[in-house]
Design a protein around this ligand. Structure first.
Ligand code: ASP
Length: 312
């Protein structure tokens, strides 16, 4: 007889590396190969943990770290610049079993902000730390620190210069995406979510997006689902996207796909673009986006797939 305590679930992992105007004629074959390889490596890292019976929480942290370390994505190394040319990084992590969560906003020196978010969750009495205080906490926790040059890449500098010289708005679609996220269901039936980002190119005045806000860009609840979002953060905050998807599943009985599509449609009605990834304790693994493309991937015991364009 199988009891709840030793019930084995089929594990699932879903990732994103940002959504936006990602179309075939805008991505060189080399870039496309690099991105697909990076997504696959991230999936492989998280899959190994889950296949070995590890926790969803460990899997999403390790998966997001791979993407933070890859300069192709807007998180950790390769994060977009603020208007002043700084890196101010946001990240959040949440565990569905306990609904414990940790988040950081505007941090500038931690190599892997997702691990700092986890330290806030596990080693502080708080859910969210920001700015200098979060940087101090990071050093006190002995997390690996990195200098500003580590995060900076020539491509992100070029994007900032282009934005300034063309007087583009923050929401000019091409320049703001690349946030990374992971959601996982482990073999014990628990879910977790993690999101990490540099925010949007040219952000000012200590702007914080949806990614580190629990319930907006990141949420996990074993009673419903785990969600990580990417897109124009202000709209995702106003919609309460990640919590709204979980609430629809928990209280309305929506499937992950129906809930994700419905909430993304509401984001679109507000004028927002982007996407979400979702897993549920029942083994659903879904994504939904209203942009031409989203860097994304799924893994389970059956294998791994990555996709970029909307028609894949
Ligand atoms: N959602 C992020 C933010 O608004 C940006 C992104 O997903 O690329 O900070």
């Amino acid at each position: 007889m199988t009891t709840a305590a030793n019930a084995q679930t089929d594990w699932k992992l879903v990732i994103h590396g940002g959504a936006g105007v990602i179309e075939r004629d805008r991505l060189s074959p080399e870039k496309e190969r690099e991105i697909r390889a990076a997504l696959d490596q991230a999936l492989a890292t998280g899959s190994k943990i889950l296949a070995d019976g590890g926790d969803a929480l460990d899997a999403v942290e390790a998966t997001v770290k791979v993407l933070e370390n890859d300069p192709n994505f807007n998180a950790g190394r390769g994060a977009v610049f603020t208007y002043e040319g700084r890196s101010e990084l946001d990240a959040a992590i949440m565990e569905g079993e306990t609904r414990k969560a940790g988040a950081v906003a505007g941090v500038s020196a931690t190599k892997n902000p997702i691990s700092l978010a986890r330290a806030v969750m596990e080693d502080s009495p708080h859910v969210m730390l920001s700015g200098d205080g979060a940087d101090i906490f990071s050093r006190e926790q002995g997390l690996e620190q990195a200098p500003p040059e580590y995060f900076a890449t020539p491509e992100r500098r070029r994007q900032l210069e282009e934005m300034k010289s063309n007087k583009l708005s923050w929401f000019d679609v091409d320049m703001k995406y690349g946030t990374v996220g992971a959601v996982a269901l482990d073999s014990e039936g628990h879910v977790a979510a993690a999101t990490s980002t540099g925010g949007i190119t040219g952000k000012r005045w200590g702007r914080i997006g949806d990614s580190p806000i629990i319930g907006a860009g990141t949420y996990a609840d074993d009673r419903a689902c785990a969600v990580s979002a990417t897109g124009a953060g202000e709209f995702f905050i106003r919609e309460g996207v990640a919590h709204e998807i979980c609430a629809r599943m928990r209280m309305k009985g929506d499937t992950a796909e129906v809930a994700a599509d419905a909430v993304m449609a509401e984001v679109a009605e507000l004028g927002g673009t982007g996407g979400v990834i979702v897993v549920s304790p029942q083994g659903e693994a879904a994504w939904s986006f209203n942009t031409p493309g989203m860097y994304r991937g799924k893994a389970s015991a059956e294998g791994r797939t990555v996709a970029i364009f909307g028609d894949e």
